[in-house]
Design a protein. Structure first.
Lengths: 744, 151
């Protein structure tokens, strides 16, 4: 996500990730409380009989060991039957980790991929913290980057111990045995023993100190296009998301949050609501009301029938215009310096020409297809929470805070996520559900209507960027200044990551451009959008930063009257991986090969973020009414060594589509302190009939894996606006494209 | 009391007549494969078949169903078109988060059942009502064509 988080994480990692704690976990938490076979949930198609119709429940975490289960570390368990369980530290929200991480284990453990099943990791920051994120979180396109070493090492350590166990039994040297296909085989005489047979003995073998990983040339699974393990259950309706939880005695609640951020409940007249058949109860709390019913429909009708008075508070004055005015004002101040190279003043003094520009980006809602929801059962002696979350430990913390119970009494049952995109990095929905559950004592499923989901999101912050560049006689940039103004999500989400006023997420990409710019200053001014809560959104800092810098580079090329690809290429001499993806994308797209018809344009963008290099070429048509259609996107990806090319293609395509939605339509506006948008009618999503063909070209690389979940989104928008400029001559410095071309 | 034929079984439910089928399926009958997405027929996550025709169950009062047979994602695999669509979905790995896919599969199955060899325009028309936030549209299009090949 950012370097600041990365460093903060490393610090903790050295404390938490010791071999001892791995072992300790393995011995104390390997088996279910029932003492039976390892269960949890089963994703793989190979074990559908166990997965079908079963809630994706894991992470109950209060478990005792069972005899004969080999648990060499926090991630791997093998039982007497040879069944391999991967303790999954990441959550699946579509990005394919339930396939990619088992691939890493299976590769080194020498087992068939379909023999690996998954159990969600319990909340345990020490064991399952992602050092790139500083917590047991899923986000920031870090899952494969995080797991690349530890998962393979976990598999390799287990394999070495199984081989040692076999060698001991056969009284031979371990080097004469090899592991293959879930067995250890004696090379000379062909004797073999299955992992299940060896599991108990392997548990007594010392953990190897020197873990030997396979040479990538010997990979048999990594790098191959493996099919997702969760495809069948997600196309036949049996996959269980948080909203699908059903419990005995459960009631259904629909929530009405105060429409103004920071406002509170004054009074509610529930006379009409209570007359609706199926409505049981109306629950009031500090900043909202919930109607509880026999089913969601009764609760929903009841919620609509409430007459509520709110104490709106100071938030009622907020408008979008005010937020942008305040950012513009803040941009007059100097900020925390993120980067300072060379002598900018001299550059401007020697400039042949200069370019100045201001870019503005709106608030955005996440609009996951599964509206946010949370099911809770609060009792005097315990609390259960059913949810799909990217932050299980934080949800547990919300339960502790709401109930006053000790952490071990608050059990988080994590589920498949019907989209994350950053929304489920927050736990506000759990906090709200707990307020309701505390007053009930029975299990209650709290559902946000789509309107509540959009109007009570935590939003991708609006940003204001001011740039200037000095060009020499050849049009080359000899000075570059960039002031970034906007909310610091990290200051709330992970305060230690923000040092000396510098938010590493806010400046990501902008402060580390692939271009050769000898004189540059990048600084950041924190300006929060009053009352409006902000959060991470797919692509995080790079989504905002890339739009700005890749648009501005295009402006410089236009000013210099140089082809935008050539202009970039000339500045990428020190970043060969970036230049290579630019070459691959532009060649595949046929850049410069033919002139575009009237009303059409082609735009380009380059990005280095999330440990990956991306280049995109987008073709657009701008019609006479100013409507924009994206006709094609060509993307070149260097994400280092590829674990599953099938997933890389899907994530890049999906990321690009997410990006097109944002670039063309995405905008949340505030009036009288309220979000004006409410549903897919006025918060529009790209649909299949608007979706262009998207070519993904994956560049071969032997570098360590980079992220792929977000860069597609992050790199997309400037390719579109640059293409619009090529088509119309109009430079859009504000997103979304929306109706900007209509009035012109 | 309303009696509904759901996936070949008769269900008599105690629900208000204006209650949308979506909530009857999810909260009363216990078929949670049909998803809630928007509540106003804008996203298609709640798509079911009524006598084989794709309908948005979030705005379909149960009183309006009458004798028509309801098929949900849980049983669409037993229809020839549904089976083909699910197979293609698995072959091409369409899904990501998966939440919208019940609705996508239902819309696609209704399309294939009526137009065995759909054109791109047919696919656009039949599928534009189904939003996928993960952005699986390219593979949805490819999978519908793949399913049509099996016809």
């Amino acid at each position: 996500m950012s370097r600041g988080l990365l460093e903060a994480g490393r610090h903790h990692a050295s404390k938490g990730f010791s071999r001892r704690s791995f072992l300790k976990f393995g011995l104390t938490a390997s088996v279910t409380a029932s003492g039976g076979f390892l269960i949890g949930f089963s994703v793989p198609a190979a074990s559908q009989d166990q997965g079908k119709g079963k809630s994706v429940i894991g992470g109950d975490g209060v478990e005792t060991p069972q005899d004969g289960v080999f648990a060499p570390n926090a991630f791997v368990q093998i039982d007497k039957t040879g069944k391999v369980v991967l303790i999954m530290p990441k959550v699946e929200m579509g990005q394919g980790v339930y396939t990619a991480l088992p691939m890493l284990i299976a590769e080194e453990l020498e087992v068939p991929l379909d023999s690996v099943t998954i159990d969600h990791a319990p909340p345990n920051e020490k064991l399952f913290m992602d050092p790139l994120l500083g917590g047991q979180l899923t986000g920031g396109s870090t899952s494969v980057r995080y797991a690349w070493e530890p998962m393979r090492k976990a598999g390799a350590a287990a394999r070495m111990m199984l081989v040692s166990a076999a060698a001991q039994q056969w009284q031979c040297d371990a080097s004469t045995c090899r592991a293959e296909n879930g067995k250890v085989v004696h090379a000379a005489d062909g004797r073999s023993a299955s992992y299940g047979e060896l599991a108990q003995a392997a548990a007594n073998v010392p953990v190897p100190q020197d873990i030997k990983l396979k040479d990538p040339k010997d990979f048999r699974i990594i790098g191959t296009p493996v099919k997702r393990l969760d495809s069948p259950e997600k196309s036949n309706g049996t996959a269980v998301f948080g909203l699908d939880v059903r419990l005995p005695g459960m009631v259904y609640a629909v929530i009405v949050n105060c429409p103004v951020f920071g406002g509170t409940l004054a009074s509610v007249d529930d006379t009409h609501a209570k007359k609706i058949p199926g409505v049981r109860q109306v629950i009031k709390f500090d900043n909202g009301v919930a109607v509880v019913g026999d089913h969601t429909w009764a609760a929903k009708r009841g919620a609509a029938a409430l007459a509520i008075q709110w104490n709106e508070g100071a938030g009622a004055n907020v408008s979008t215009q005010m937020l942008f005015d305040e950012m513009a004002k803040a941009s007059e101040k100097s900020g925390a310096v993120a980067r300072k190279d060379g002598d900018v003043g001299k550059g401007f003094a020697n400039a042949k020409t200069r370019v100045d520009a201001v870019y503005q980006q709106p608030l955005l809602a996440h609009a996951t297809m599964e509206p946010v929801n949370c099911t809770v059962h609060v009792r005097p002696d315990g609390c259960d929470i059913w949810i799909g979350t990217q932050v299980p430990t934080r949800v547990q913390g919300a339960g502790v805070q709401a109930t006053g119970l000790p952490p071990e009494k608050v059990v988080v049952h994590n589920h498949l996520l019907g989209g994350g995109f950053g929304r489920r990095l927050e736990y506000d929905m759990a906090t709200q559900a707990l307020k309701i559950g505390k007053q009930l004592g029975v299990p209650v499923k709290v559902t946000y209507s789509r309107e509540e989901d959009i109007q009570h999101d935590m939003y991708r912050p609006c940003y204001y960027d001011k740039l200037s560049a000095a060009l020499d006689a050849n049009g080359k940039p000899i000075a570059w200044t960039h002031r970034i103004v906007g909310s610091s999500v990290l200051a709330r989400f992970a305060p230690p990551a923000v040092k000396d006023g510098l938010d590493p997420d806010a400046i990501e990409v902008a402060a580390d451009l692939p271009y050769d710019l000898p004189n540059q200053v990048v600084d950041y001014v924190r300006q929060e959008p009053r009352h409006v809560p902000t959060a991470f959104w797919r692509g995080v800092g790079p989504t905002r930063g890339t739009f700005v810098v890749e648009s501005f580079i295009d402006e410089l090329a236009a000013q210099a009257k140089i082809d935008p690809v050539q202009y970039r290429r000339d500045l990428l001499g020190k970043t060969p991986r970036a230049r290579n993806v630019l070459d691959v994308a532009t060649q595949a797209a046929g850049w410069g090969k033919q002139s575009m018809p009237q009303g059409q344009g082609r735009g380009v963008s380059v990005m280095h973020a999330f440990g990956s290099y991306f280049a995109m070429v987008a073709d657009v048509t701008v019609d006479k009414e100013g409507g924009v259609r994206v006709n094609r996107v060509v993307c070149a990806v260097d994400c280092g060594m590829v674990v599953n090319p099938n997933t890389v293609e899907a994530q890049v395509q999906g990321g690009i589509i997410f990006g097109i939605t944002g670039a063309l339509y995405g905008e949340i506006t505030i009036k009288h302190g309220r979000v004006e948008q409410s549903n897919f009618t006025d918060y529009r999503m790209l649909r299949i009939d608007e979706t262009p063909p998207i070519e993904v070209h994956i560049v071969k690389s032997s570098e360590a894996p980079g992220g792929i979940g977000e860069p597609g989104t992050a790199a997309l928008a400037p390719a579109i606006t640059n293409a619009i400029h090529a088509a119309t001559g109009k430079r859009l410095r504000q997103l979304p494209v929306g109706y900007q071309l209509r009035s012109a | 009391m309303t009696t509904l034929s759901i996936n070949g079984q008769s269900h008599t439910v105690d629900a208000p007549p204006d209650m949308p089928l979506l909530w009857v399926l999810r909260d009363i009958v216990g078929l949670t494969g049909t998803k809630f997405g928007c509540g106003i027929a804008q996203c298609g996550a709640c798509t079911v078949h009524l006598d084989g025709v794709a309908m948005r169950s979030c705005v379909l009062p149960i009183a309006a169903i009458g004798d028509r047979k309801v098929t949900t994602i849980e049983a669409v695999g037993e229809t020839p078109a549904g089976k083909k669509v699910q197979m293609a979905w698995n072959q091409l790995d369409v899904v990501q988060c998966g939440y919208c896919q019940s609705g996508q599969v239902m819309s696609a199955a209704a399309l294939i059942a009526t137009v065995p060899h759909p054109t791109d325009a047919d696919i656009d028309a039949a599928m534009a009502g189904n939003i996928c936030r993960c952005g699986t549209y390219n593979r949805i299009r490819a999978a519908i064509k793949q399913a049509a090949k099996e016809a």
